[in-house]
Design a protein around this ligand. Structure first.
Ligand code: 5RP
Length: 220
């Protein structure tokens, strides 16, 4: 089975977590895109969706799915999104597509977070995938220096990329993240950092993992 076939399988499996007649949150990336395509087949069953990026909002709208502004929504039943890495406690690294801040906001509002990923994303220790940090542009050099001084790793500017919020992304290479919650909080305390791609304070509740032997469900 190819990686894309595994992504399609988990995208299909995620439909069972869509709560009828509710508003759902939808993530960003290739796995989330497969999910959007599947969601289109049951779009009459939901009230609408809150998107975690402009790209996702466009794809939802192209499928005729009602896209809502988060400020007009009080409750999101479930958030469905991919990840760049997950450990067995469902702490995640996200932001490979640069949408981490909006993803974190939608995940925070949602009652349940279902992560969908192919088996390559499950790791024993987070950090082989460079950790994305969204930064206010004027703070980039300062944030880089602070990270090197207080955290370690090698922060590298994502060239030619601006987030939906008009900010920049630093990807921190060469980290071995033994305590994801601690690092998430530490990074949030660096002035100029908008968000970091660790989802440990609000981890996933369920991981649907596409494997060569079918979809595995991992619950906290
Ligand atoms: C985007 C993300 C994505 O969920 C993550 O990059 C995984 O992407 P894909 O499903 O394409 O492997 O966090 O900001």
């Amino acid at each position: 089975m190819t990686q894309d076939e595994m992504k399609i399988e988990v995208a299909k499996a995620a439909l069972k977590y869509v709560v009828p007649n509710s508003i759902i949150g939808v993530g960003t990336g290739s796995t989330a895109n497969f999910f959007i395509d599947e969601l289109a087949t049951i779009k009459e069953r939901i009230k609408g969706a809150v998107a975690s990026s402009v790209a996702t909002a466009n794809r939802l709208e192209d499928h005729g799915i009602n896209v809502l502004d988060l400020n007009d929504v009080e409750e999101i039943s479930v958030y469905i999104d991919g990840a760049d890495e997950s450990d067995k406690h469902l702490n995640l690294i996200k932001g490979g597509g640069g949408a981490l801040t909006r993803e974190k906001i939608v995940a925070a509002v949602s009652n349940q977070f279902v992560c969908i990923a192919d088996e390559s994303k499950l790791v024993s220790v987070l950090g082989a995938f460079p950790l994305p940090i969204e930064v206010i542009p004027m703070s980039t050099s300062y944030v880089k220096r602070q990270i090197v001084k207080t955290i370690g790793g090698s922060p590298i500017l994502r060239e030619g990329f601006t987030t939906d919020n008009g900010n920049l992304i630093l990807d921190i290479h060469n980290l071995k993240i033994e305590d994801p919650k601690r690092l998430e909080n530490q990074l949030n305390n660096v002035v100029g950092v908008v968000t970091n791609g660790l989802f440990a304070g609000r981890s996933a509740d369920i991981l649907l993992l596409g494997t060569a032997n079918g979809v595995k469900t991992i619950k906290l």
